[in-house]
Design a protein around this ligand. Structure first.
Ligand code: SAH
Ligand code: SF4
Length: 409
C-alpha cells in the first residue's frame, strides 16, 4: 500500500503511443492508454517508462485492480499508489473511455450509446460506434461493436452498407463495457454488490465482424473475463460471426467464449445472396467448423441466428431443412424478426409465418427461439446501429442547408 514508484530509471518525459493503442480525442498523442493493454502489455509499457523490474508485477496488479475492479480513470483517485507515483503515471499514461456523444434510453429500459473514437486524421472528428444495453428478467446484456463499419456486405444488414472505417482497439472494445457499467452504477464504490449485477452478459453483435478483428477482440475478452477485473465468465460472452470458417476453431481455442453463427439460410444459393461470405465458406464447411468447435457440449451450445425475411428464407420447408442441417450439433436457434432500415428491399416475415416456422423448430426440441425486438423507439435493434444517427445527421444537414439557402434568397 502506498509504496513509492521508483522512477530513477525514467527515460525522457513522454513516451510515444504504442501502435494500436488508443488515446482519447482530447489527450496529447504522446500518452499511452492503459485501458485495453493485456497484463503483459501493461508491464511492458511500465518497463518502457523506466519502472524497475522488481516493481512491475505489483504495479500492474494495482493498476489492474483500480481500472477494472474499481472502474477508476483518474490516477489521483488511486489511493493504493503513493502521491508521487500517481503524478508520475499521469504524466505518461491515461485511462480513457471513448467519448459519449449521445446516450438514449428506451421506454423498455434499453439504453444506447453513440460513442466517438479518437480520430486518426488530424483536424477531423473521430469515427463513431454504438453499444446497446438490454435489460431482461434476471440478466442484462450489452451488445458491443468490434469494428466501425464492416468489410462484409450482408444484404439485409445496414452496417453492411457502411464501408469499414477501422478496427476497434482492445481498449475501445472494453471502453464500451466500462461506459455501460459507469451508467448502471456498477462499481464497488456505488454500493451495489456483485451478486445483483445489472450487466451480466456480453454479445459481440454490434457493428462489425469480430473475427476480422481477432487479436483485439481476443485481448479485450480476456480482460473482460479476468477474475481480478471485470470478471465476467466467458460462458456469459457470446461472439457472433457471419461465418469466417478459418477463424472459428481458433476462436474456440484462443477466445473460448460462446459462439453464435449468423446462418440465415439453409441452402448456398440463398445464403450467397444474404451473406456473400458464403461464396468463400459455404454452409457445409461452416457447419463442419461448428462441429469441431472446441468445448462443444449440451451445456455449451452454439447459437444459430436466423433473420426472418418475408418470402426469402421463411418457408416451412426452410424450417425443416434448418432442423435437418443442425442435427448432431449441440445448438440453440434464435429467430430474429428482420429490422427494416431506410432503403432496404427486404421485409420482415409475417408474425403468423414466424410462429409456424418457430413451431417446427420447437417441435425439434429447440426452446423459445424468437428474439423479441427491444429498444425499437431508439432504433437499438440488430443491424440498425449507427444508421439512425447517420440519417439524423443527414436530415439535420438538410435542414441547415435549407435554412442557409432561404437566408440567401
Ligand atoms: N458481424 C457479426 C456480428 C454483428 S451482426 C455477424 O454477422 O454475426 C449481429 C446479428 O445481427 C447478426 O446475426 C446479423 O445477421 C443480425 N442482423 C444484421 N442486420 C439485421 C437486421 N436488419 N435485422 C435483424 N438482424 C440483423
Ligand atoms: Fe457485417 Fe455482420 Fe452486418 Fe454481415 S451482418 S454486414 S458480417 S455486421
Amino acid at each position: 500500500m502506498g509504496a513509492t514508484l521508483d522512477l530513477s530509471h525514467k527515460n525522457s518525459g513522454t513516451v510515444p503511443p504504442a501502435s494500436g493503442v488508443a488515446t482519447p480525442a482530447d489527450a496529447p498523442a504522446s500518452k499511452i492508454n492503459l485501458m485495453g493493454l493485456t497484463r503483459e502489455g501493461m508491464a511492458q509499457a511500465l518497463r518502457d517508462f523506466g519502472l524497475p523490474e522488481k516493481q512491475i508485477r505489483m504495479r500492474v496488479g494495482q493498476l489492474w485492480n483500480a481500472i477494472y475492479h474499481h472502474g477508476l480513470s483518474d490516477f489521483a483517485e488511486m489511493t493504493t499508489l503513493s502521491k508521487e507515483a500517481r503524478a508520475k503515471l499521469a504524466e505518461a499514461f491515461v485511462i480513457a473511455r471513448p467519448e459519449i456523444v449521445v446516450e438514449q434510453k428506451s421506454t423498455d429500459g434499453t439504453r444506447k450509446w453513440l460513442l466517438r473514437l479518437p480520430s486518426d486524421k488530424p483536424g477531423l472528428p473521430g469515427p463513431e460506434v454504438e453499444a446497446v444495453y438490454i435489460p431482461e428478467e434476471g440478466r442484462g446484456t450489452l451488445c458491443v461493436s468490434s469494428q466501425v463499419g464492416c468489410t462484409l456486405t450482408c444484404t439485409f444488414c445496414h452496417t453492411g452498407t457502411q464501408k469499414l472505417v477501422r478496427n476497434l482497439t482492445a481498449g475501445e472494445i472494453i471502453g464500451q463495457i466500462m461506459i455501460a457499467r459507469d451508467a448502471l452504477g456498477e462499481w464497488p464504490h456505488s454500493g451495489r454488490n456483485s451478486s445483483d449485477r445489472l450487466l451480466t452478459n456480453i454479445v459481440m453483435m454490434g457493428m462489425g465482424e469480430p473475427l476480422y478483428n481477432f487479436d483485439n477482440v481476443r485481448d479485450a475478452l480476456d480482460i473482460v473475463s479476468d477474475g481480478e477485473g471485470l470478471s465476467l465468465s466467458k460462458r456469459r460472452i457470446t461472439l457472433s460471426t457471419s461465418g469466417v470458417v478459418p477463424e472459428i476453431v481458433r476462436a474456440g481455442e484462443e477466445i473460448g467464449s460462446m459462439l453464435a453463427i449468423s446462418l440465415h439460410a439453409v441452402n448456398d444459393e440463398t445464403r450467397n445472396k444474404l451473406v456473400p461470405l458464403n461464396k468463400k465458406y459455404p454452409i457445409a464447411e461452416l457447419l463442419e467448423a461448428c462441429r469441431n468447435y472446441p468445448g462443444l457440449s449440451n451445456a455449451r451450445r452454439i447459437t444459430f441466428e436466423y433473420v426472418m425475411l418475408k418470402g426469402v428464407n421463411d418457408s416451412l420447408a426452410d424450417a425443416k431443412e434448418l432442423v435437418r442441417l443442425l442435427k448432431g450439433i449441440p445448438a440453440k436457434i434464435n429467430l430474429i424478426p428482420f429490422n427494416p432500415w431506410p432503403g432496404t428491399d427486404y421485409e420482415c416475415s409475417d408474425w403468423a409465418t414466424i410462429e409456424k416456422f418457430a413451431d417446427v423448430v420447437n417441435r425439434a426440441g429447440y426452446a423459445s427461439p424468437v428474439r423479441t425486438p427491444r429498444g425499437r423507439d431508439i432504433m437499438a435493434a440488430c443491424g440498425q446501429l449507427k444508421s439512425d444517427t447517420v440519417k439524423a445527421r443527414a436530415s439535420d444537414r438538410f435542414k441547415t442547408e435549407k435554412a442557409e439557402a432561404s437566408e440567401t434568397i
